[in-house]
Structure formats: C-alpha cells, structure tokens
Design a protein around this ligand. Structure first.
Ligand code: FBP
Length: 258
C-alpha cells in the first residue's frame, strides 16, 4: 500500500473522478455538474479521499479544493475511433506545482499503441516516485483485439499489469461479480485495487451492489465519477459510499435504512 496510505481511511479510500470532460466530452454533464465548482464542492464535503482531474481543471480550480489532488497526466478524446492511445500532457513537476499528492495515468493494454504508453508510464512512474507522489494507474484493456474488456481474465491481466508496471494503485472496471473480482484483486498482489464506476446505473441499488461486490472481493475502494456527480442527491450517494466502503456496513442493512 505504501504511498497510498496517506489517502486511506481504515485501509480504504474513495476517489472522486472528474476527467470525463475530456475522455467523453461535455455530453456526460448537465447544467449543474458542467461547473467544476459544483463537483469540487461534492469532493470537499462528501467524504472523499482524493479528487482526480486533468491539468486544466487543476490549474483553474485547485485553490478551492480542500482534499488531496490527483492530477491525470495523459488524456485522449473519444472523437478519434482508431486504436486507443493517450499521451502525456502534464509533467510530474507541473502536477507538483499544482499541489498534487498523486498522479494518474491511463494505459490501454492490448492497444496497438500500448508500448508507447507503457514506456511513457515507466518514465513518469520513476519521476513521481522520486518526488514522493503516489501513482494511480487507470488500466483498461482496449482496442481491436480486446473482445470483452470486463471479462475476468482481461481485468485480472490489467490488475497484474499495474503491479508489474510499478503503480501504487490500479483502477480497473468491475467484472460483474464478487467471485471473478476476487481473482482480479489477487492478481494485483500488494497493489490496492480500485473499482471504476462506469455509466450511471438505472437505480442506486445496482451501483451500490457493484461497489459492495468489489469490496467483498477485497478491493481497496473506488474511483468513480458519474454515479456520484450525476446523482440527484450526490451527498446522499457519497454518504452511502462512505458507509459501504469505509465503515463496511452490509449492503442489505444499508438499503433497508437508506
Ligand atoms: P466513471 O465513474 O464516471 O466511469 O469514471 C471513471 C473513469 O475512469 C474516469 O476517470 C474516466 O474519465 C472514465 O471513467 C473513462 O471512461 P471510458 O471507460 O469510457 O474510457
């Protein structure tokens, strides 16, 4: 766990992600959450352990952020439809100037361009570790040769890659059930595994059951965005996530009393 310790409560953490504006475009937003101040307020008051965003949002808004900052160092849009590649746009030094205590990087394993991201990440990871920053790897199997990016073996491959690439934490997609996700967590060795959220689910219970499954499988927390800041009541969602992840209340109990 090491460098991730500073973000952890009871050995677990909840990271609020807000880099979808570049990864998906403003299509993910509505009149409220299109404003970074709205989402940063949720991060500040909702019981989150870190706020993950791109360099530009960090530059313009870091002064109002009251929790640890995680700056993503690479990015891509989803307009281009070829083999995915996301290259560095922010340096480790600049992330430190912005006040980051952790950096994030995405590698699309399986992409025709994976080697470019792997070698870039290798350099970044060493610089970040020399500077004492934690390194969180968004590690997503993707590209023409990846048939099912949430299949057990694919996500486990991603988690294992995070360990072998030198990340301090792996952010991966949920496989859909606790049993398969246990293998994902085991595959990551001592690297804590964080579940990515995905599209907002139809109802809250469905999202919470994914979180609960991942936690029961040994995940160290979640790094999610849309299911929180697209919620009608983000503070209620945040409270439930804290109860589930940090306090480890059972899902049944939570749904009965929520
Ligand atoms: P969500 O919880 O909103 O899915 O955010 C998690 C995340 O990893 C973001 O950090 C990132 O912008 C996005 O998902 C990437 O999504 P995609 O799988 O479409 O590339």
């Amino acid at each position: 766990m090491g460098r991730m310790n500073r973000f952890m409560r009871n050995g677990r953490a909840i990271i609020l992600a807000y880099d979808q504006g570049i990864e998906h475009g403003p299509t993910d937003f509505d009149d409220r959450n299109v404003d970074p101040k709205y989402v940063i307020d949720i991060a500040n008051k909702g019981g989150f352990d870190a706020f993950a965003c791109q360099k530009g949002v960090a530059e313009k808004y870091h002064e109002i952020l009251e929790i640890p900052l995680l700056v993503k160092l690479n990015a891509k849009t989803n307009i281009f439809v070829g083999e995915p590649v996301a290259k560095q746009l922010c340096s480790v030094d600049y992330a430190i100037k912005l006040g980051a205590s952790a950096i994030g990087y995405t590698i699309y394993i399986g992409s025709e361009h994976e080697s470019e991201m792997i070698s870039e990440f290798g350099r970044i990871e060493e610089q970040a570790h020399d500077a004492g920053l934690a390194v969180v790897l968004w590690v997503y199997p993707r590209g023409e040769y990846v048939k099912n990016d949430t299949a057990k073996e694919m996500v486990a491959y991603a988690a294992r890659s995070a360990l072998e690439f030198g990340a301090d934490a792996a952010k991966v997609k949920y496989t859909g059930d606790k049993e398969s996700f246990s293998w994902v967590v085991k595959s990551a060795g001592s690297v804590p595994v964080f579940m990515a959220g995905g599209k907002k689910t139809k109802d809250e219970a469905e999202f919470l059951s994914h979180v609960s499954g991942a936690m029961d499988a040994g995940a160290s927390g979640i790094a999610v965005g849309r299911n929180v800041w697209q919620s009608d009541d983000p503070f209620r969602t945040s409270r439930l996530l804290n109860e589930l992840i940090i306090e480890r209340k059972s899902l049944d109990k939570l749904l009965k009393t929520a």
